[in-house]
Design a binder for this molecule. Structure first.
Ligand code: BGC
Length: 502
């Protein structure tokens, strides 16, 4: 008994005295592991006046319903990367990273969304950016679609319209044709049907349990079309890789109760599986659990068919396996509690899913309301993906921390230390095939509905300065050393001074 008490005392003391840094992974990043930074077109480019720029849903909704946004209209200049991209490339080069993940604004290249009118200024901008990156030894990783849908296509129903798959294929053809000789990493979608089943995000369609499922299907088919097009006509010459990016939030049972364990798995299948299963699961299609559940609830509600659209047998086969890698944006996790069936509730995604999600009060937090810090969740998600799908090659396409834009951003560094540590353990202990990591974001930028009130950048941007001055934060110094030494760097290994190290 005495021995037991002594041991307990020792363990408690040890755990309390071990600083968070002592718990960081001592593994190293493999030689072929790629480091990068990420942005998206609408969040940084600006450059909307002249230049043949075609309006998208964000321009339209901010103009028409300014009251819904934190800072409507302000993406017109954003970080002004449309004009300052050469400076941005210098900032990326300073970090020493191997790749830069950015997105193409569909409407800048095809102002009306369709393929008949190609904007030369748009082509020139992306050609210059790609060339500048390559001249500096940085590989471009290009997202074709990151939320900024051309307005005309939205007026046709946006991602609920099955014909969008064809328009996306045409857009992809233009991108491969003009940029594919130099771009070797393509991402079809930063896949999210957000704003279709809710009114918290553009395009505020808010047809929960219907529009979000249509979007899931159309987006998946559009991705597959772009993939097959590359395979058939471009891959042999261009020799690139194509992937798709999903939100990598992890859903964990809030208790050991069987109901909560099942509810967490339901959440994973409804939130991640609904995107990933058709492409990455060996059997393809939407997850069985999701198909059965939505079919069942739809029938009880009196619908004559399931609200979840069906893939035909040919479509299941056409979509399955259309990937070279899987991208995840990993920021946070949620705990899940089962919710009892309530047949009186009106149709919604939440009714189909039937869970309550929350975050643990003990988790540290970023500025964004949803950003609870739980790096173990990312490790668990990666393991779940390895086990549920065919052990795909994975790239963490986004990971980052929001604050008020402090230059001395120690909390961001600590966030990255913990998440990169979890990723290292996932590579070395769980043998998950993670091949790359991009920090979100290169710059403080336009954080969608939240405007400029939440900052994710490694570099600070002064949005009150017409020149949008960039200043390195402390995390630049830290990330640079991580990339160079391919290991988690401790805080006391970098200078305590904040210096402009460019
Ligand atoms: C999105 C980014 C966004 C970030 C932080 C990601 O999932 O792709 O556009 O800025 O989350 O909210």
């Amino acid at each position: 008994m005495l021995l037991y008490t002594g041991l307990l005392f020792f363990l408690t003391e040890f755990c309390q005295s071990a600083s968070a840094e002592d718990l960081l992974s001592k593994h190293r990043f493999p030689d072929d592991f790629l480091f990068g930074v990420a942005t998206s077109a609408y969040q940084i480019e600006g450059g909307q006046k002249g230049n043949g720029y075609g309006k998208n849903i964000w321009d339209y909704y901010m103009e028409t319903y300014p009251g819904k946004f934190y800072s409507p209209g302000t993406a017109k200049i954003a970080c002004d990367s449309f004009h300052k991209f050469r400076e941005d490339v210098k900032l990326i080069k300073n970090l020493g990273v191997q790749f830069y993940r950015f997105s193409v604004s569909w409407g800048r290249v095809l102002p009306e969304g369709y393929s008949h009118n190609i904007n030369k200024d748009g082509l020139r901008y992306y050609n210059d950016l790609i060339n500048e990156l390559l001249a500096n030894g940085i590989r471009p990783m290009v997202t074709m679609y990151h939320g900024d849908l051309p307005l005309a296509l939205h007026e046709l129903g946006g991602w609920t319209n099955p014909y969008m798959a064809y328009y996306f294929e045409d857009y992809a053809r233009v991108l491969y044709s003009y940029f594919g000789d130099r771009v070797k990493y393509w991402i079809t979608f930063n896949g999210a049907c957000i704003g279709y089943g809710d009114d918290g995000f553009v395009p505020f369609l808010n047809q929960s349990g219907i529009a979000n499922y249509l979007c899931n299907q159309v987006l998946t088919l559009a991705h597959a079309k772009a993939y097959h097009l590359y395979d058939k006509e471009f891959r042999i010459l261009q020799k690139g890789k194509i992937g798709i990016v999903f939100s990598g939030n992890w859903y964990e049972p809030g208790s050991f109760a069987v109901d909560d364990i099942e509810a967490a798995e339901r959440a994973m299948q409804f939130k991640v599986g609904i995107y990933a299963n058709p492409i990455f699961h060996p059997d393809g299609d939407f997850p069985k659990l999701v198909r059965e559940r939505v079919h069942d609830v739809s029938r009880k509600e009196g619908y004559l068919r399931s609200r979840l659209p069906e893939f035909s047998r040919e479509e299941v086969e056409y979509v399955q396996g259309t990937y070279d890698f899987l991208g995840f944006n990993c920021y946070t996790s949620f705990l899940v509690e089962n919710v009892a069936e309530d047949t009186s509730e009106k149709t919604s995604f939440h009714k189909d899913l039937r869970v309550k999600t929350y975050q643990d009060k003990s988790w540290e937090r970023g500025k964004s309301s949803w950003l609870g810090i739980y790096p173990e969740g990312t490790r668990k998600l990666l393991k779940w993906v390895k086990e549920n799908y065919d052990d795909p090659e994975i790239i963490i396409t986004e990971n980052g921390f929001s604050d008020n834009g402090e230059l001395n951003d120690v909390k961001r560094i600590k966030y990255y230390q913990k998440y990169l540590s979890a990723i290292l353990d996932s590579i070395h202990e769980d043998k998950v095939n993670v091949k790359g990591f991009a920090a979100w974001s290169l710059l403080d930028n336009f954080e969608w509905m939240e405007g400029y009130s939440e900052k994710f950048g490694l570099y600070h941007v002064d949005f009150s300065d017409p020149d949008r001055k960039r200043t390195p934060k402390k995390s630049v110094q830290w990330y640079k050393k991580v990339v160079k030494e391919r290991r988690i760097v401790e805080l006391d290994e970098i200078s305590s001074r904040l210096k402009g190290d460019l």
